[in-house]
Write a protein that binds this ligand. Structure first.
Ligand code: ADP
Ligand code: MG
Length: 723
């Protein structure tokens, strides 16, 4: 890109008009029009078929495959009425992407005529050519088959793009031997395992009617919008989603004037467009606002059942990106697109509950309900303490490493924030002071009179990676571009493990005739005796905490993905997943392999791009400017004027350092003899990343010296502030 193009981009961006906003429609007439809902099934399916499907959807029971033919026929008719000619099994491979393979409804008859056809068999099972999806060695190429299988619990929908309408069927993706190759299979398994353990505990607590327990998820999605004219002139944004170079603008986010400010008009039209699509797809968009950084925004749907929420989250990411294009933006879901400016995360709000007992992480209105709440809350505390490093590992990506621990996002140390009041309750339990305390504001925990909590915990702590927020936990370390499935799988699994342990404790004692109240308290006390180290209410950003967490509390500070991912291979994690029935050792190992490879590749691509951009874009600009400076200095001298050479010397020395940096990085990239994947990851983290940062340092230095009309790349100021 030459400087002229940059100037042109600025003027084109300034001249842009927002797309005309669509005529607003009533929510009721938009809602779920593109979804094959239970209501639509009821209207079009034979009674017995509908009953069978509904029971599978609502209770998670096994699907009666014999009904598939009737469902497929009704689904096809509905999709065709919406203009679809194709259908796709949609699945979620181990990348964070959504994959789909399209097939036509067309069926050619013997006489050459065509009819539309969609059988139960193709609804239930598909066979995409899955050989090129990452499988971590689960399939060698000669047996490259992967199957997709219909997930009845997540509704089918039609996806309308400028290129047509497609019927989309959410599916799991498994190998021919049944191993999970995707992000949905383990999520479904983890929900089933958690439900089993939770149901047992609820029965032990004396409930006779207990519906299956599901987990819920509401994910707050942060993202950046950059005008397409700028983004398309930055190879780094295009290929890696972040700026590998770029000097901070004089103004950053220090004024906090963007946070919750008025949403720019063009952005608002974009948001409304996204929301309309979401409503049509049955995704309950609820909250939108400007985020902390300039050019950064957030969208949060109302929470839903975890499996559906996870599919919807994938759709939201797709819609954000595709709708942004229409509005002349590029939507960045990278965790750290701009150095020195807050990055983007995804807060995953998570709870568990069922129709009979309600939200199990909601403090109840009766002492009995409160005891139940404390038990489920205690189960989470135990899980986060035992398996905190796992929670760190499931949010470990090359891009999220820029955020975690950078004093803008939660630290890489996983602790639990409970709020002052609840922390006090658990502390009293730990100290065995559960009688009436008489202290104002302190809760009376006399066993028979467990009190009523006010619902609002009152205080919030933005620095905690895992915070209780009144009726749910909020996992804040998740990356903005990540699938929420991995974090949900981890949370459901550790909860299943804790609830199973609690069930074992209670079952024996209750059989021996002990009182429920005292046994629940004993279990809670044991949890606090062993696990209260993970509870932390202070400033998670502070140095003091980082030191205390590691040295006094025994928590791990896994700073990089290279440190965190190997946790997936630890014996106690393998044992956890096997016991709970979420991953076999082979599946878990394959995940490690895939994620490790993605990490290594991500850094490799960035490093290559650092080298090429430094050599072919930044170096030439610096040399041109230097040549102009030297010419000016020399000709001034020829007429007896002594010009200052400081800038020329500085540009020359920075340019030399840039070249040195590039050559160090280039030679570091030639190393390929690694003893293990772990060693390779560490090399990427410890050697390549710092060398890339060095090159950037010199390039950004040059950006501060080289004349603006020589500078080829859109600047931070332009990308973040020109609207
Ligand atoms: P904040 O920015 O204060 O954290 P938001 O209102 O932006 O809160 O987002 C909170 C998210 O938590 C929403 O998606 C909301 O639907 C979700 N949420 C609320 N209750 C639950 C629950 N019981 N389980 C899961 N998510 C929940
Ligand atoms: Mg939040």
């Amino acid at each position: 890109m030459t400087h002229e193009l940059r100037v042109k981009a600025v003027s084109q961006v300034t001249d842009r008009k927002p797309l005309p906003p669509k005529v607003p429609q009533r929510l009721e007439s938009l809602w779920a029009t593109d979804v094959f809902t239970l209501a639509k099934m009821q209207a079009s399916l034979p009674k017995d078929v509908f009953k069978s499907v509904k029971s599978t959807v609502q209770t998670g029971g096994k699907l009666d495959v014999s009904v598939a033919g009737a469902v497929a026929a009704a689904m096809k008719d509905w999709a065709i009425s919406k203009g679809a000619l194709y259908y796709a099994h949609v699945f979620y491979p181990m990348t964070n992407a959504t994959a789909e393979k399209h097939d036509g409804f067309i069926s050619v008859q013997g006489d050459g005529s065509v009819i539309t056809e969609f059988t139960g068999k193709v609804l239930v099972q598909g066979e995409p050519d899955g050989s090129s999806f990452p499988n971590g060695g689960l399939r060698s190429t000669f047996e490259a088959r992967g199957y997709t299988a219909w997930d009845v619990t997540s509704p089918a929908y039609v996806m309308e793009t400028d290129n047509g309408v497609t019927l989309c069927i959410p599916t799991v993706f498994i190998s021919w031997t049944g191993e999970a190759l995707d992000k949905k299979t383990p999520l479904l398994r983890s929900i089933a395992a958690m439900s089993k353990a939770a149901t047992r505990v609820l029965k032990l607590l004396g409930h006779t009617e207990v519906a299956p327990v599901n987990s819920s998820c509401g994910a707050e999605q942060e993202y950046f919008l950059v005008d397409a004219h700028f983004a398309h002139s930055r190879p780094d944004l295009l290929l890696t989603g972040r700026t590998l170079f770029g000097r901070s603008a004089a103004k950053g986010q220090q004024f906090d004037d963007h946070y919750f400010g008025a949403i720019p008009e063009r952005v608002q039209v974009f948001m409304q467009d996204v929301e309309e699509r979401m409503y049509r797809l049955g995704i309950p968009a609820k909250t939108r606002h400007n985020e902390v950084a300039p050019g950064q925004f957030e969208i949060a749907p109302f929470f839903e059942a975890a499996n559906v929420a996870s599919d919807h989250q994938q759709l939201i990411m797709t819609l954000l990106k595709s709708t942004a294009k229409k509005h002349g933006f590029v939507c960045l879901l990278h965790e750290k697109p701009f150095a020195g400016i807050n990055g983007s995360g995804k807060h995953v709000n998570w709870s568990v509950g069922n129709p009979t007992q309600g939200n199990l992480l909601d403090p109840g209105d009766t002492p009995h309900a409160n005891m139940q709440f404390l038990l489920f809350c205690g189960a989470v505390i135990r899980g986060v303490h035992k398996y905190g490093p796992l929670l760190r590992a499931v949010v470990a990506t090359a891009s999220n490493d820029h955020r975690l621990g950078a004093n803008e996002a939660p630290p890489a140390i996983i602790s639990v924030y409970l709020g002052t009041q609840l922390e006090g309750v658990f502390e009293q339990i730990r100290q065995g002071q559960t009688g009436s305390s008489g202290t104002p504001g302190v809760i009376d925990l006399g066993v028979d009179t467990l009190p009523v909590f006010p619902k609002d915990p009152g205080d919030r702590n933005r620095t905690s990676p895992f915070a209780f927020t009144g009726n749910r936990f909020e996992f804040r370390a998740v990356g903005s571009g990540q699938s929420v499935s991995g974090p949900l799988v981890a949370m459901n699994t550790i909860l299943a493990d804790s609830l199973t342990w609690i069930g074992d404790q209670l079952e024996g004692k209750l059989a021996a005739g002990e009182s429920l109240n005292s046994e629940v308290l004993a279990v809670l006390k044991e949890i606090m005796d062993k696990h209260s180290n993970v509870v932390f209410g202070g400033n998670g950003y502070s140095e003091a905490w980082h030191k205390m967490a590691v040295e006094e509390r025994g928590l791990l500070n896994l700073r990089t993905t290279a440190d965190a991912l190997p946790i997936l291979k630890a014996d106690y994690i393998e044992e956890l997943f096997t016991r709970v029935g979420v991953f076999t050792p082979v599946e878990l190992e394959s995940r490690f392999d895939v994620y490790a490879e993605q990490y290594i590749l991500a850094i490799e691509v960035e490093a290559k791009l650092v080298i090429s951009m430094a050599k072919t874009i930044i170096y030439p600009a610096a040399v041109r400017y230097l040549s102009e400076l030297s010419t000016a200095i020399a000709s001034a001298k020829s007429i007896g004027i002594e010009m200052d050479t400081e800038t020329a010397l500085k540009v020359s020395s920075l340019t030399q350092s840039l070249l040195d940096g590039v050559s160090k990085l280039t030679s570091a990239m030639t190393k390929h003899d690694f003893a293990s994947v772990e060693e390779h990851m560490q090399y990427s983290a410890q050697t390549l990343r710092p060398l890339m940062d060095k090159v950037r340092e010199y390039a950004d230095g040059l950006e501060g010296e080289v004349a603006d009309d020589f500078w080829p790349l859109p600047t931070y100021q332009e990308m973040l502030f020109v609207k």
